[in-house]
Ligand binder design. Structure first.
Ligand code: PRP
Length: 186
């Protein structure tokens, strides 16, 4: 990391996951996914917006024909008051009946978003639905949700970068760091 970088000024100096580690793990996951889905009709779905960087790197490491689609969901409530209700802001463009769907996320925290999306998409007749997440924060879990492909298991910290935001910022940091508390403590 360049210590003079404006991009990094709000993250702790010790990065949680570096560019090199991300690239290496994304390559491994891509190879594993290509092996698992060989000969299948694979649709890889980016759950906007956090997953866009992971998604665009991951699909380039999956060496087989596939199609892509996008969805955006937002979960209402916060840690203190969570409704558990997920609103679909943008739905898939194409029908997934009979397809093998791989949902791509940046992070699984409470598990609510993915649990809801999996149930909803199953009802549309997909042949299979699996989840690939770059980060898994098991301590945050409020509903049962286990991802099929996990990049890194992380502690219960506020992380940003490589797609992950705080108040919509920091998504363009190319690696993952812990946000300095002064940012959200005001
Ligand atoms: C984040 C993340 C997941 C979800 C995970 O999305 O991308 O979709 O929260 O949290 P959960 O496991 O507690 O449901 P967010 O709603 O912040 O939108 P974004 O991807 O646009 O940042």
């Amino acid at each position: 990391m360049d210590s003079t970088s404006m991009l990094y000024q709000d993250v702790e100096s010790e990065l949680l996951v570096t560019k090199e580690k991300i690239a290496e793990r994304v390559r491994e996951l891509g190879r594993q996914i290509a092996r698992d889905y060989e000969g299948r009709d694979l649709v890889v779905v980016s759950i906007l917006k956090g997953s866009v960087l992971f998604f665009s790197d991951l699909i380039r490491e999956i060496d087989m024909p596939l199609t892509i689609d996008f969805m955006q969901a937002s979960s209402y409530g916060n840690a203190a008051q969570s409704s558990g209700f997920v609103h679909i802001k943008k739905d898939l463009d194409r029908d997934i009946e009979g397809k093998d769907v791989l949902l791509v996320e940046d992070i699984v925290d409470s598990g609510r978003t993915l649990a809801y999306l999996k149930t909803m998409l199953k009802e549309r007749g997909a042949n299979s639905i699996r989840v690939a997440t770059l980060l898994d924060k098991p301590e945050g879990r409020q509903v049962e949700m286990e991802a099929d492909y996990v990049g890194f298991i992380i502690p219960n910290a506020f992380v940003v970068g490589y797609g992950l935001d705080y108040a919509e910022k920091y998504r363009n940091i190319p690696e993952i760091g812990i946000l300095r508390p002064r940012v959200y403590q005001g």
